[in-house]
Ligand binder design. Sequence first.
Ligand code: 1PR
Length: 555
Amino acid sequence: MVVYLLDYGAGNVRSLVNAVKKIGHDIKPITCVEDFDKASKIIFPGVGAFGPAMESLRKKGFVEPLKKYIASGKPFMGICVGMQSLCLGSEENPGVEGLSIIPATVKRFNDKTKTVPHMGWNGAHLEKEQSQDKSSLSSIQLINHRGEESTFYYFVHSYAIPYSEDIKDWVLSTTTYKDEKYVSSIQKGNIFATQFHPEKSGYAGLMILKAFLDFGEENKEVSSNVVAPLSTPCRDRLTRRIIACLDVRTNDQGDLVVTKGDQYDVREKKDGNNVRNLGKPVDLAKRYYEEGADEITFLNITSFRDCPLRDLPMIEVLKRASESIFVPLTIGGGIRDLTDPDGVFHPALEVAGEYFRSGADKVSIGSDAVYATEQFIARGNKPSGETAIEQISKVYGAQAVVISVDPRRVYVNSPEDAPNHHVLPTKYPGPNGENYCWYQCTVKGGREGRDVDVYQLVTSCEAMGAGEILCNCMDKDGTNSGFDLELIEDVKKAVTIPVIASSGAGKPEHFTEVFEATNVEAALAAGIFHRREVPIVSVKEHLFDTNVPVRPVEK
Ligand code: 1PR
């Protein structure tokens, strides 16, 4: 069966295409109005913002054909903005009319009470009895074979359809994010839609897609056992994410390898000073997906060296990784304006677009964020609209822009010693007994320190439209001594967007410690996973045992 994909070109649909193929179906894009008549199933994976999605449909003349298709009774599946588009409109872009099929308006989450975007794995609470009638889409189930609503799905959004009795007949499930209960999936007649991303929700998500794709097929019935049997203490609660990070570079033999530094030095102290080789990027990433990583991050750590856009080594890695990994993928390193050796200029937005089309869900910006912050401060804390952060965030959404910070401690005796910087008292005095420090941002993989501190960086980048902070720490990287809690707590308090703690994880207890002490949304590790010192499942079991909500490892 061929399913038609309503792609308006705003983001990564490669993972959806890969997921559909993995399940054994064909998928092709809707390119013209006539395709709506040919289609017997349509998926609309809305990515980005509500307004541009609707306007793009309008520009292409797709709004009426889509409404006609839906009214015909043929199966339709919306994902994220694809679901929201069924509403009257959205607070995200007031005045832009939706498809007006569901009598509701999409609203922004209240960021006074919680971190926005809502990003990560959360549960889905069934609001209506599911039908056993296999000839109806209402038999697609969000529960597991034991009838427990115990599976998590991947969400990433700042806007949602609030739950209300008025739209009760549409609502299949709701999800609670702190103080707000919203609609996480709908089903009525031929319409099925999810706020979460099934194509990024591991096995559970693939099974939902499969149920939709198999629906109505001869010899196939909608599976009622759509998710793996898992047990969890926390159904309606955003889980903390565990991220596996792969630092990638070319070694001296010219092979692309996963490496790992000690405080950013990736060369062996013995063995000819070679670049440490810990495996192949795609193989390792697949292993981490199978072992239960909630996200995978690839960092091209020598990206400050110039390379033509068409030869960027991580493009192929992403393409291959996204064929078999169905959790979010982030790519970092070299997200900036590029000039090819033949003089052709590519703005950062184009570079990022290349990565999104190759399978990335987010891009992570390091050095360029430091330069953008310097300019932001020089302009009197005003955005210019021209930085990579602003441009990528505008087109692909804030959730797609991560800022990777590479700070190192600068010790001082008192705050007066660094009047232009955000100075913190520290419990771990410096080499000369200094009781204060500030965190200096670096560029080019820690090779050059700049006169910008981490507080300035993260607050400026949030103001410019970044959606998440990846907080590394050069002093802690590769030490196995635990995260820098002072740094991470300070960053978490400085911003309202999600924060990922990174650098220094050495044992499962370090993860509980960082979540409890700082309230970050995610924690990332590299060395302990690469060297098989601590499996991801042990980290999750420890978190589970200490009552930190996590997505259990799928069996
Ligand atoms: O500046 O935008 O081109 O991005 C370059 C990217 O490469 C940045 O995100 C920067 O953090 C990263 N990078 C550059 N050089 C290195 C290096 O190690 N020599 N790696 C590097 C950064 C830090 C983390 C690491 C954690 C966890 N590595 O990614 O994975 O510290 O490690 P651990 O659990 O083993 O302690 P741009």
